[in-house]
Design a protein around this ligand. Structure first.
Ligand code: FNR
Length: 383
């Protein structure tokens, strides 16, 4: 068993165990990947103020996100095709998150369906929605999320067109995947992954195949999704979703202060400062650089969350200090899943928890809910 002490350790192991096509799908950004890289590299220049001789006993990481209790303010981000990093990936990740006491967000584009995840968990999870042209299908998805007892809806607004990811094109990632000779040979070198896939029936987009009209298999799925993303999406549709859903609503994909104010006006409970993990607009600001101005623009009118580039507990606390009430991790948990399945997702969360807890102690903090900019070195962070 390899020694795993960092998220990078999990990434290296996942790269060995997951077929290249699916590993690259997770570990890539759009075009030159400049925003993808900036998301994590721009945490580094932000510096803490180290404090000494202050009471650091009885520290607590417990907090809330959209009014729900969380063991630490770190949720699992919605990620498509998670069941391709590891067989039954969404179920395993949801179970790890549930045991840990943090939210799991199921993507519309997941392999395991809403019902699959609900059947294998006992606590409510969150569901992420894309608005597509077929509003009846979307209305049914919302009903399915409600029936599965989902406790928040995350509405993603930054993927009406798709940022090109060169690696996916080269690897032939499509629905169904192009089984070229190099892909087959590469898969054959990943026996654990292959055995897992042979042992499950969940290999398709479970929320869509068999649910969307005339989408009965992978080939029809491909043409359906290609023409379903709605280019006319507007804040009116957000209102429509809010009314239909009626529960906690989180708007995902905000990178601009003006859009943040519109999110407040939409009546959503939270917004996520996010550039989709650097997978959409290459050349956009990193999430951590965009966060302070957005937090200042909306004040306490809405809960501010963020994601993008978080690879440690130190990164989590920097985001909290700059105005986030909670954060999400995408690739870190996918690496854990690809490396070690459910145990890998748990390991990922443990690593982040330990780093977060010890960093709080070094900064002289006892309560994660009290983190603010005063723990950072002035001049070292974006304003
Ligand atoms: C994503 N992301 C995403 N977002 C979303 O709203 N719906 C989705 O289906 C997906 N799919 C997806 C797949 C993969 C492989 C990745 C890596 C990401 C974006 C995701 O929710 C989140 O914004 C980023 O992953 C955050 O950045 P980090 O933590 O991965 O750096």
């Amino acid at each position: 068993m390899p020694i795993i002490t960092t998220i990078e350790d999990l990434r290296v192991l996942a790269q060995r165990r997951v077929p290249r096509m699916f590993y690259d799908y997770a570990d890539s950004g759009s075009w030159t990947e400049s925003t993808y890289r900036a998301n994590s590299s721009e945490f580094a220049p932000i510096k803490f103020r180290q404090r000494v001789a202050v009471d650091m006993s009885n520290r607590t990481l417990a907090s809330t996100m959209v009014g729900q209790e969380v063991a630490m303010p770190v949720a699992l981000a919605p990620t498509g095709l998670t069941g391709m990093q590891h067989a039954d990936g969404e179920i395993l990740a949801a179970r790890a998150a549930e045991r840990f006491g943090v939210p799991f967000t199921l993507s519309t584009m997941s392999i395991c369906s809403i019902e699959d995840v609900a059947a294998h968990t006992t606590k409510p999870f969150w569901f992420q929605l894309y608005v597509m042209k077929d509003r009846d299908f979307i209305a049914r998805l919302i009903e399915r999320a409600r029936a599965a007892n989902c406790s928040a809806l995350v509405l993603t607004l930054d993927l009406q067109v798709l940022g090109q990811r060169h690696k996916d094109v080269r690897n032939g990632l499509s629905a169904p995947p192009r089984l070229t000779l190099p892909n087959i040979v590469n898969m054959a070198t990943k026996p654990r992954w292959c055995l897992g896939m042979l042992g499950t029936k969940r290999r398709y987009f479970g929320n869509i195949v068999g649910h969307a009209p005339k989408v009965a298999d992978m080939s029809s799925l491909s043409s359906w999704t290609a023409q379903q993303f709605d280019l006319t999406l507007s804040w009116k549709d957000v209102e429509w979703v809010k009314q239909r859903w009626g529960g906690k609503l989180i708007i995902k994909g905000i990178l601009d202060a003006e859009d943040a104010r519109l999110a407040v006006a939409s009546g959503a409970d939270a917004l996520i400062v996010s550039n989709h993990g650097g997978r959409q607009l290459d050349g956009a600001q990193s999430s951590i650089a965009a966060l302070p101005a957005i937090a200042d623009a909306v004040g306490s009118d809405i809960e501010v969350h963020m994601d993008g580039g978080i690879r440690s507990g130190q990164d989590v606390i920097k985001a909290l200090a700059l105005g986030a009430k909670g954060v999400y991790i995408g690739r870190p948990f996918l690496y854990g899943l690809g490396a070690l399945g459910e145990a890998g997702v748990t390991r990922c969360l443990e690593i982040i928890r330990t780093e977060l807890d010890l960093t709080m102690a070094f900064c002289g903090l006892r309560d994660v809910r009290k983190v603010d900019r005063s723990i950072l070195l002035p001049g070292s962070y974006p304003v």
